[in-house]
Design a protein around this ligand. Structure first.
Ligand code: SAM
Length: 312
């Protein structure tokens, strides 16, 4: 049992079930490489423990994110006055959690979450473990999402030694650090306009002992024009990436790849593909859409999409 990854969801196709494992085990079954969906934390136990009026129980959130030692939960308005009881129940049910914060949404250009400590230690600084790496993030000052862990691994698997990479909206640097840790011969420039994100990024470079990662604080619109063209560009600003696509194209080598992220409905995703093709054509270049896939669901109608785009 210790070999199963409990942070990922069991996958299936028409005939098979696929269990995510930590390392290879010989149980007589075929081992395949797959992208598993991330699991929220199963919290039936907190629901069993919490003391709220019976008529409000159906509104209790059924999952929440855990970033390092901090549980981040969206509490519906009707339950706000019971936040403290919810926090206490989460602490009691999850021994590794030392702080519970409420998530009031992501705001502004820095995409920082409005978080309020509701129970436990009064700190918003988390140290999150991901695939053997450690990421520091002050959740009240910089963006971080544990839901991109598998996506960071997927992009990293495509990187070759010697590549020059620009991580355009790097936040606290999880893409940059993951790539450098796994492909040490690559060179990565991570750019972010949020000084607090860059501060955490520098801590993450030190903590994970990665080399060839260069943090740059500032606006991509000012910094990228003087940078050397890259083999690969990561554009993880999913609410606004489209505004920056031409800028990214201008900094990409021929034959280079852009990983373009955006939150879209299914219909919008198809339309966006056409928009991207027409922008590339206007520059007298050609693109090949190597893959368009859903990274994770975002709302009942929208998904967080990635487009892997090769440009010639
Ligand atoms: C969604 S977060 C990126 C998260 C990060 N890639 C990760 O995997 O955790 C977007 C980031 O873009 C930064 N940002 C927004 N506009 C920017 C700009 N014009 N130039 C540079 N960074 C910008 C924000 O400060 C924020 O940290």
């Amino acid at each position: 049992m210790d070999n199963f990854r409990k942070d990922l969801i069991v996958a299936r196709d028409e005939e098979n079930l696929f269990f995510p494992i930590l390392k290879s085990v010989d149980l007589g079954y075929e081992i395949k490489e797959l992208d598993f969906e991330e699991a929220g934390v199963a919290i039936r136990s907190y629901i069993d423990l919490v003391d709220v009026p019976e008529d409000l129980e159906p509104l209790l959130p059924t999952s929440f994110d855990v970033i390092g030692e901090i549980a981040v939960i969206k509490i519906p308005d009707e339950l706000k006055e019971h936040s403290s009881a919810i926090g206490k129940a989460i602490l009691e049910a999850n021994k590794s959690v030392i702080t519970v914060v409420s998530d009031e949404g992501v705001m502004g250009d820095f995409r920082v979450r409005d978080v309020q400590v509701i129970t436990g230690e009064d700190s918003t600084k988390a140290y999150h473990k991901e695939f053997g790496m450690n990421f520091a993030v002050d959740l009240a000052k910089a963006y971080f999402s544990p839901r991109l862990a598998t996506e960071r691994q997927r992009v990293t698997r495509m990187v070759k030694e010697g590549e020059l990479i620009i991580d355009m909206f790097c936040g606290v640097g999880p893409f940059s650090v993951t790539i450098s840790k796994n492909v040490p011969g690559s060179k990565i420039f991570g750019i972010d306009s949020n000084p607090d994100a860059i501060k955490n990024f520098m801590e993450n470079i030190r903590m994970n002992k990665v080399k060839n990662v260069i943090p740059m604080e500032g606006d991509v619109r000012e910094l990228m024009s003087s940078m050397e063209p890259a083999d690969r560009i990561i554009m993880d600003l999913p609410q606004k990436s489209f505004e920056f696509f031409e800028l990214a194209l201008g900094s990409l080598k021929e034959g280079g790849t852009i990983h373009y992220y955006e939150i879209l409905t299914e219909v919008e995703a198809q339309e966006r593909e056409d928009d991207l093709i027409s922008i590339v054509q206007k520059q007298g270049r050609k693109m090949e859409l190597e893959e368009r896939r859903i990274v994770h669901g975002y709302s009942p109608t929208q998904n967080h999409y990635v487009f892997d785009i090769k440009v010639f």
